[in-house]
Design a protein around this ligand. Structure first.
Ligand SMILES: [Zn+2]
Length: 188
Protein backbone atom coordinates (compact mmCIF):
# COMPACT_ATOMS: atom_id res chain seq x y z
CA UNK A 1 0.00 0.00 0.00
CA UNK A 2 1.19 3.49 -0.84
CA UNK A 3 1.08 5.50 2.33
CA UNK A 4 1.00 9.25 2.30
CA UNK A 5 1.72 11.50 5.27
CA UNK A 6 -1.99 12.15 5.60
CA UNK A 7 -2.55 8.53 5.79
CA UNK A 8 -0.08 8.23 8.59
CA UNK A 9 -1.75 11.06 10.45
CA UNK A 10 -5.16 9.59 10.06
CA UNK A 11 -3.95 6.21 10.95
CA UNK A 12 -2.33 7.60 14.07
CA UNK A 13 -5.70 8.99 15.00
CA UNK A 14 -7.32 5.68 14.29
CA UNK A 15 -6.50 2.42 15.92
CA UNK A 16 -4.45 1.08 13.08
CA UNK A 17 -1.76 0.19 12.60
CA UNK A 18 -0.95 0.54 16.28
CA UNK A 19 -3.96 0.06 18.49
CA UNK A 20 -3.40 2.29 21.48
CA UNK A 21 -5.56 0.45 23.93
CA UNK A 22 -4.79 -3.00 22.70
CA UNK A 23 -2.50 -5.53 24.15
CA UNK A 24 -0.07 -6.79 21.54
CA UNK A 25 -1.64 -9.88 20.11
CA UNK A 26 1.75 -11.22 19.25
CA UNK A 27 2.29 -12.23 22.86
CA UNK A 28 -0.29 -14.90 22.27
CA UNK A 29 0.30 -15.64 18.63
CA UNK A 30 4.06 -15.59 18.64
CA UNK A 31 5.60 -19.01 18.71
CA UNK A 32 9.17 -17.90 18.44
CA UNK A 33 10.73 -15.77 21.11
CA UNK A 34 12.95 -14.14 18.51
CA UNK A 35 10.11 -12.64 16.51
CA UNK A 36 9.04 -9.08 17.07
CA UNK A 37 5.80 -7.27 16.38
CA UNK A 38 7.30 -5.50 13.39
CA UNK A 39 7.40 -8.69 11.41
CA UNK A 40 4.16 -10.06 12.74
CA UNK A 41 0.78 -9.17 11.36
CA UNK A 42 -2.63 -8.64 12.83
CA UNK A 43 -6.07 -8.95 11.39
CA UNK A 44 -9.05 -6.93 12.49
CA UNK A 45 -12.70 -6.97 11.59
CA UNK A 46 -13.75 -3.38 12.04
CA UNK A 47 -17.44 -2.50 12.00
CA UNK A 48 -18.42 1.12 11.42
CA UNK A 49 -21.72 2.92 10.80
CA UNK A 50 -22.26 3.92 7.18
CA UNK A 51 -23.00 7.40 8.47
CA UNK A 52 -19.56 8.73 9.53
CA UNK A 53 -21.12 10.90 12.24
CA UNK A 54 -23.39 8.34 13.84
CA UNK A 55 -22.69 7.13 17.38
CA UNK A 56 -24.90 4.35 18.76
CA UNK A 57 -26.10 4.78 22.30
CA UNK A 58 -23.84 3.46 25.01
CA UNK A 59 -26.02 0.53 26.01
CA UNK A 60 -26.30 -0.64 22.41
CA UNK A 61 -22.51 -0.43 22.07
CA UNK A 62 -22.08 -2.80 25.01
CA UNK A 63 -24.67 -5.22 23.67
CA UNK A 64 -23.08 -5.16 20.21
CA UNK A 65 -19.69 -5.85 21.71
CA UNK A 66 -21.09 -8.89 23.54
CA UNK A 67 -22.77 -10.14 20.37
CA UNK A 68 -19.56 -9.74 18.36
CA UNK A 69 -17.85 -11.80 21.08
CA UNK A 70 -20.33 -14.60 20.36
CA UNK A 71 -19.70 -14.33 16.62
CA UNK A 72 -15.93 -14.43 17.10
CA UNK A 73 -15.29 -16.28 20.37
CA UNK A 74 -11.62 -16.82 19.52
CA UNK A 75 -10.93 -13.11 18.99
CA UNK A 76 -8.00 -11.80 20.98
CA UNK A 77 -10.08 -8.84 22.05
CA UNK A 78 -13.12 -6.89 20.97
CA UNK A 79 -13.25 -3.17 21.57
CA UNK A 80 -15.39 -0.16 20.85
CA UNK A 81 -14.17 3.39 20.43
CA UNK A 82 -15.67 6.81 19.87
CA UNK A 83 -13.87 9.85 18.50
CA UNK A 84 -14.84 13.53 18.40
CA UNK A 85 -14.79 13.61 14.60
CA UNK A 86 -14.79 11.00 11.86
CA UNK A 87 -11.46 9.29 11.31
CA UNK A 88 -10.46 7.24 8.32
CA UNK A 89 -10.54 3.51 8.99
CA UNK A 90 -8.56 1.86 6.26
CA UNK A 91 -7.95 -1.74 5.34
CA UNK A 92 -4.20 -1.64 5.98
CA UNK A 93 -2.31 -3.69 3.44
CA UNK A 94 -5.65 -4.89 2.09
CA UNK A 95 -6.18 -1.39 0.66
CA UNK A 96 -5.91 -1.58 -3.13
CA UNK A 97 -7.57 1.35 -4.85
CA UNK A 98 -10.26 3.99 -4.77
CA UNK A 99 -12.62 4.88 -7.59
CA UNK A 100 -15.55 7.11 -8.45
CA UNK A 101 -18.85 5.33 -7.71
CA UNK A 102 -20.54 7.17 -10.59
CA UNK A 103 -18.21 6.65 -13.56
CA UNK A 104 -15.81 4.10 -12.04
CA UNK A 105 -12.73 6.19 -12.86
CA UNK A 106 -9.75 5.22 -10.69
CA UNK A 107 -8.92 8.18 -8.40
CA UNK A 108 -5.90 7.05 -6.36
CA UNK A 109 -3.60 10.03 -7.06
CA UNK A 110 -6.33 12.63 -6.68
CA UNK A 111 -7.63 10.92 -3.54
CA UNK A 112 -4.24 11.08 -1.83
CA UNK A 113 -4.10 14.83 -2.51
CA UNK A 114 -7.56 15.31 -1.07
CA UNK A 115 -6.70 13.24 1.99
CA UNK A 116 -3.58 15.35 2.54
CA UNK A 117 -5.79 18.44 2.50
CA UNK A 118 -8.29 16.91 4.89
CA UNK A 119 -5.79 15.64 7.43
CA UNK A 120 -5.11 18.86 9.37
CA UNK A 121 -8.80 19.61 9.76
CA UNK A 122 -10.12 19.07 13.27
CA UNK A 123 -13.50 18.35 11.79
CA UNK A 124 -12.94 16.92 8.32
CA UNK A 125 -15.04 18.23 5.46
CA UNK A 126 -15.91 15.03 3.66
CA UNK A 127 -17.68 16.73 0.76
CA UNK A 128 -15.82 16.42 -2.54
CA UNK A 129 -16.41 17.05 -6.21
CA UNK A 130 -14.91 14.26 -8.26
CA UNK A 131 -12.43 15.30 -10.96
CA UNK A 132 -13.71 12.70 -13.41
CA UNK A 133 -17.41 13.44 -13.77
CA UNK A 134 -17.96 16.39 -11.43
CA UNK A 135 -20.14 14.48 -9.00
CA UNK A 136 -20.63 16.04 -5.55
CA UNK A 137 -20.12 13.21 -3.11
CA UNK A 138 -18.78 12.33 0.33
CA UNK A 139 -15.27 10.98 0.66
CA UNK A 140 -17.01 8.21 2.55
CA UNK A 141 -19.03 7.36 -0.55
CA UNK A 142 -16.14 6.62 -2.89
CA UNK A 143 -15.62 3.06 -4.02
CA UNK A 144 -12.83 1.68 -1.87
CA UNK A 145 -11.22 -1.61 -2.69
CA UNK A 146 -11.16 -3.16 -0.14
CA UNK A 147 -13.84 -1.40 1.84
CA UNK A 148 -12.69 1.52 3.99
CA UNK A 149 -14.61 4.36 5.55
CA UNK A 150 -14.89 7.28 7.90
CA UNK A 151 -16.40 6.85 11.33
CA UNK A 152 -16.69 8.27 14.81
CA UNK A 153 -17.70 4.89 16.21
CA UNK A 154 -15.85 1.64 15.66
CA UNK A 155 -16.48 -1.88 16.91
CA UNK A 156 -13.57 -4.13 16.18
CA UNK A 157 -12.25 -7.59 16.82
CA UNK A 158 -8.52 -8.14 16.90
CA UNK A 159 -7.40 -11.40 15.34
CA UNK A 160 -10.98 -12.67 15.29
CA UNK A 161 -10.10 -16.09 13.87
CA UNK A 162 -13.02 -15.83 11.45
CA UNK A 163 -12.84 -14.51 7.89
CA UNK A 164 -15.68 -12.04 8.17
CA UNK A 165 -19.16 -11.59 9.59
CA UNK A 166 -22.03 -13.03 7.58
CA UNK A 167 -24.87 -10.96 6.17
CA UNK A 168 -27.20 -12.19 8.90
CA UNK A 169 -24.67 -11.40 11.63
CA UNK A 170 -24.26 -7.90 10.23
CA UNK A 171 -28.03 -7.49 10.24
CA UNK A 172 -28.16 -8.50 13.91
CA UNK A 173 -25.53 -5.90 14.75
CA UNK A 174 -27.37 -3.31 12.66
CA UNK A 175 -30.52 -4.04 14.63
CA UNK A 176 -28.72 -3.59 17.94
CA UNK A 177 -26.84 -0.44 16.92
CA UNK A 178 -29.82 0.98 15.05
CA UNK A 179 -27.87 1.90 11.93
CA UNK A 180 -26.55 0.49 8.67
CA UNK A 181 -23.01 -0.80 9.05
CA UNK A 182 -19.93 -1.31 6.94
CA UNK A 183 -17.49 -4.16 7.52
CA UNK A 184 -13.80 -3.41 7.05
CA UNK A 185 -11.28 -6.23 6.93
CA UNK A 186 -8.01 -4.82 8.13
CA UNK A 187 -4.66 -6.53 7.72
CA UNK A 188 -1.58 -4.85 9.13
ZN1 LIG B 1 -16.63 9.99 -11.85
Amino acid sequence: MRRTPIHGMLMAGAKHPQPTDSKPSTSRKCFSAGLTRTIMSDNFICIIPRDPWFIPDRRAQIQARRLFQQFAPQAYQITTSVTDAPIFVDAGVNFESVACPRCHQELDTWWHTIMDRTAPQQVPDLTIVTPCCGATLSLNGLRYEWPCGFARFTLEAQNPDIVMLSVSQMRELEGLLDCKLRQILVHI
